[in-house]
Design a protein around this ligand. Sequence first.
Ligand code: 6GP
Length: 799
Amino acid sequence: MAFDVQEFKKEYQKKFEELFAYGYEAGSKTEQYIALGDLVRGLYSEDWIQTIMEYNKKKEKQVYYFSMEFLPGRMLKSNLLNMGILDCVKQGMDELGLDLDEVARAEVDPALGNGGLGRLASCFMDSIASTGLAGNGNGIRYRYGLFKQKFINGYQIELPENWLRNRNVWEVRKENKAVIVRFGGDVSFTQEDGDSRLRVRHENTRDILAVPYDTAQVGYNNGVVNNLRLWSAEIPYGDEARFSTEEQREEVKRITEVLYPDDSNYEGRLLRVQQEYFFSSAGIQSIVRYFKRLKLDWSLFPDKIAIHINDTHPTLAIPELMRILMDEEGLTWDQAWEITKKTVSYTNHTILQEAMERWPETMIADLLPRIYQIIQEINRRHIDKKTPLYGEELSQRTAIIANGQIKMANLAIIGSHSVNGVARLHTDILMADTLNDFYVMYPQKFNNKTNGITQRRWVQIANENLTAMLDETIGTEWKSNPEEIKILKAHRDNKNVLDKLEQVKLSNKERFAAYAKNEMGIEIDPTALFDVQIKRLHAYKRQLLNVLHILDRYLQLKDNPNANLQKRVFIFGAKAAPSYYYAKQIIKLINSIAYLINNDPSINDKIKIVFVENYGVSLAELIIPAADISEQISLAGKEASGTSNMKLMSNGAITMATLDGANVEIRDNVGEDNIFIFGLKSDEVQEYYRNGVYNSRDIYDKNPRLKRILNLLIDGTIPGVETEGRDIFDSLVMYNDEYFLLKDFDGYLQAQYEADAAFSDRDRWNRMALMNIASSGPFSSDYTILRYADEIWKIKPQS
Ligand code: 6GP
């Protein structure tokens, strides 16, 4: 985008005065940010309109990415970067006496997702626009995002996150595109004289208005501006009388009021299914409305539209599309079914049973009577068709409805043409185990799409120092073609380059150290090894294994204050689901250990623990560039992919990993010498589960070193964790350690010692970091998205 600094300064001053009626110098940071955001939105608006018009004119096939969660992070700098005006605006702001970074921090980070799944959706939106694909997002405009986390006395406290408090400059309310979503009511069938068709009558429904708020998704230097559409629930115009009591009005608003704060445990709540149907139905209605404008035969629907459902949360899009095609557009069951299956594709993000969505049949029957009938019919036909082919038993195991429950994954698989996992190992487990019954029936539906991340946000924006160093060393091609970063490998033995890399890392660590000091009052040494574990708190992710390692070091230093141990800073960021009691106990434990160790003078700063509050996208951007070690230590087979592993690698952290999720592929790319691998493998874990011979109590009894560490949890050494320490001890020792921490402990320690040794050899470590950066290109979400486009959605980048 052509733009010069002088012009920008003039425009900015004008915009500010227009909005606030005084000079920008006197404005607050928030006002200065709003003026800039407003200006930027104006700058891409023409491309936005143009992009959509082009798609319509060319009747381009478009993909609609349905996701209950999006975690975009702050959008200002990302938009400026993608528009190609970041440097210009930075300079202009500077000349106006403003610091762009400071102004950018006034943007509230929209936390409309829980973790990996939501952030993946946002990386994908960026990559879809940046690779020039015709794609749209479809989701929910939650009034409150994921809770804000505070620690009080070491315990997690959840506060509401009112992210819209200062106005959202990026969204555009599109009242004229609103649709009605209907709940409840009575379904009957009528047949007019001379009409061969049975007509569906759906009356006495509770009607809710779905109003879309659109946000531009700006592509990287390509003029493409796609759309992310988030729906908000409102009372239909002119229908106020039917919602006369406060209670009734609240009920409507409640649908899009708050994001469910759990990403691993599924709760069958009525409000959640209302949310799911609400945005699925609104999205499908707006797609059908668009398709009808093209004036094409219905059979061409799958040639113009691809609908992707991100996990099972939007699965009701399947029966909803069936309903509209049959009840409203008059297609037959067979026609509608053919279209639906060819249009929809589904990604699975977890094999954890507790995360698999199931709804009570009665709930769906009451809330969505017509949808319920359609699901029943899909199920009936499925069983009828498959029983003769696969026998009663297998067919029944794949039923959508069983024991009074509706299984959403089964509906998603049966009603779509593609089912993908998110890393090679994960997909293998789906096919061989979790979804094996379906794999037997539909082998051609299954495929893998290993996750990716956008280096635009995670390197270019988060790590400006590294970006500058890369540009200087290998040129700028890597920015538009991430694979090209592999050229860096040629410099692996160049001492000058390795030293520069070390400097970059050090300055990022200094930046984080300043944050720790100012925000948390913790002093850390930027030359220490920064050991980072940032992700949701969950037992399978094994933050506790990290804790056991810290306690081992603590004991060594207590025994011998001069023990020759690498100085380390352990950095944690993690939210626990509010109802996940055990995860919250682990948070309390880590905070208590941090208090104990950080304040113990005999430890002499050889261990510091920093548990940041309210971890999210913005904090990730601060922590990831500062990391030396990336902890990816989930029990093998449990983490579907992981994506922080990719972000950390791209920033030169060395992965400490089990062979789980995408770690396996990271190892393949980076090579054994540039990663630390330990622990049980997925098939070994499976074997233990099958034969049931694991006995953690036995390990505790026979391993004195581990026993001594575990006893710290219950002997009063750690202050204030009487209950937590006991419960956690019991889970590991008495209740047989579900996630095999004790089994993997020795291997983990060994790997950590190797890391210490490697870190003390500066050239060796820097070379490892370089090799990680140089091998990270294939994990760009641009490539992931191009594979989705080519193999699942059948759409091509625009020229
Ligand atoms: C997560 C997986 O746990 C993580 O391994 C993966 O990288 C990420 O999805 C993106 O694919 N799953 C979820 O966040 C989730 O809610 C239902 O699954």
